[in-house]
Design a protein around this ligand. Structure first.
Ligand code: GLU
Length: 492
């Protein structure tokens, strides 16, 4: 039987969850789902100074917002916990001693200044900036004695000095590293805290991770990690290094290209479905044509062999196009629920809604559904349904439309009267009435509709006037038309 698939996303909680991290999380998640594997979340908080609880909370909530739920990890626990490195010190200590006792790692008493002096000397000679190996040959007894006297020490890994370390990367293919580039790298700092390269290997081995899928900025760490696996006699996992993400100008994605944190996109009114779809396409493609994939489709289709070696370009315009597609395609009840939530958050409406208001808001958000791309644009789209348009402040074009009513005041007074007489204000009833009215008055529909739209909405563009009138209701329509007329000197 083949081994059960176990993958992990291992963010360092030193800031927001970024686009790159979210893409790594998603690829791991999809890889696990596709194969009935386990997706693990592990917080790598060994960088004590930069790790914060606030960041932990942001990462967890952004992961949940994206729908990337983890099978093992913080909050849910699991067989291989704890899932925060700060809680795993005892595990690291035993492994450190195992390496030290076996002569595969050693105490290093060099001060940072001494290490620096050697590095500078090496740099001057044009040699590689490696640790000079001063403490490599200290006997364990001597080292233990110095440590016992309180002399500060780090622990270094005795890296191989010759040969090659080969990675059979599932995305990059075969990558060969010459071992002469390997330094005797520090695995435990003088503070007693293990370094990333050490803790990650101990944890991945202990958590029985089968595939390490991560950004290719970690490719250069991989030979060190492989050497550690070998030193610990642990089976090697498979590695898959995903290409980096660039902005549209082909430079590394950064703040210059716009927001880079997932939370900022949530706040800007993007839907998690659109984010997931866009993130999936950062380096992965199913075929040349298909761009829209639901999470379920991605879970069924994702394979690493379709991940490109080449950098992916993150394009905000594509993302907002994608978001528009999702605003229109998510199931209607969900669309309504999220729109209402958004309008409440921005103070356009107050919750809870009674049945009448619920019905009103539902109609409103439905008629603008194909008019915008981001939820953050929704309040502006629907504002006039919740407060009277400020006709004194409208732009010049709209003002001209209002003033066009002065050319035929009686026509608009008659329109007001006609609308006032309607027994039903449904679109169908209005249509019949207005058709008759146009024939009687011998005018074109636009002559009436454009100024009427401005009176009702304060703008030149909107959904259909009849639909708007049905929602606003007869009283409001009559009031707004009268107010528009008054403003251009026509009194009813
Ligand atoms: N904590 C590391 C990071 O956030 C994880 C790298 C890895 O996946 O090994 O970059």
């Amino acid at each position: 039987m083949s081994q059960p698939i176990r993958v992990r996303f291992a963010p360092s909680p030193t800031g927001h969850l970024h686009i790159g991290g979210a893409r790594t999380a998603l690829f791991n998640y999809l890889f696990a789902k596709k194969q009935g594997g386990t997706f693990i979340l592990r917080l790598e908080d060994t960088d004590v100074e930069r790790s914060t609880e606030a960041s932990v909370q942001m990462i967890l909530s952004d992961m949940k917002w994206l729908g990337l739920t983890w099978d093992e990890g913080p909050e849910v626990g699991g067989e291989y916990g704890p899932y925060r490195q700060s809680g795993r010190s005892a595990i690291y200590e035993s492994k450190i001693m195992q390496l030290v006792e076996a002569g595969k790692a050693y105490f290093c008493f060099c001060t940072p200044e001494e290490v620096e002096v050697h590095r500078l000397a090496a740099a001057e000679k044009g040699e590689q900036l490696k640790y000079a190996g001063t403490c490599r040959t200290l006997s364990l007894e001597a080292a233990k004695a110095r440590a016992a006297q309180g002399e500060p020490y780090a622990i270094r890994f005795k890296a191989p000095q010759e040969g090659e370390t080969i990675i059979q990367d599932l995305i990059r293919g075969r990558v060969v590293f010459d071992n002469t580039i390997l330094d005797d790298f520090v695995i435990v700092r003088t503070t007693g805290v293990p370094t990333y390269n050490f803790a990650v290997v101990i944890d991945d081995a202990a958590m029985k991770i089968t595939h390490i899928i991560r950004g290719d900025d970690h490719l250069s760490n991989t030979p060190k990690q492989i050497c550690l696996y070998q030193a610990l006699d642990e089976p090697l996992p498979e590695f898959a290094h995903v290409p980096m993400i660039l902005g549209p100008d082909k430079t590394r994605l950064s703040k210059r290209h716009g927001a880079t944190s997932v939370g900022a996109y949530a706040e800007a009114g993007y839907l998690p479905e659109a984010m997931i779809n866009s993130l999936a396409l950062l380096g992965w493609a199913y075929d040349d044509k298909t761009t829209l994939f639901s999470q379920a489709e991605l879970e069924a289709k994702f394979t690493l062999d379709k991940v490109s070696k080449n950098p992916a370009v993150f394009d905000l315009r594509k993302l907002s196009w994608m978001n528009g597609q999702y605003i229109r395609s998510i199931p209607e009840p969900e669309y309504i629920e999220r729109s209402i939530e958004w309008l409440a958050q921005t103070g356009i409406i107050q919750l809870p809604l009674d049945d009448i208001k619920q019905n009103y808001v539902t109609q409103v958000v439905k008629i603008v559904r194909d008019k915008y791309k981001l939820l953050s644009e929704l309040p502006e789209q629907v504002e006039y349904f919740f407060k009277e348009p400020e006709l004194e402040k409208i732009d010049e074009k709209a003002r001209n439309k209002l003033e066009s009513m002065q050319e035929n005041p009686d026509l608009f007074k008659a329109l007001h009267a006609k609308l006032g007489m309607l027994k039903s204000f449904f679109v169908s009833a209005q249509e019949v009435a207005l058709k008759d009215f146009i024939e009687e008055q011998q005018v074109k529909f636009g002559v009436l509709a454009h100024p009427l739209r401005v009176c009702l909405t304060g703008r030149m563009q909107s959904p259909g006037v009849f639909e708007i009138m049905e929602i606003l209701g007869q009283d409001v329509v009559l009031e707004r038309l009268a107010a528009g007329l008054r403003l251009v000197g026509i009194n009813i």
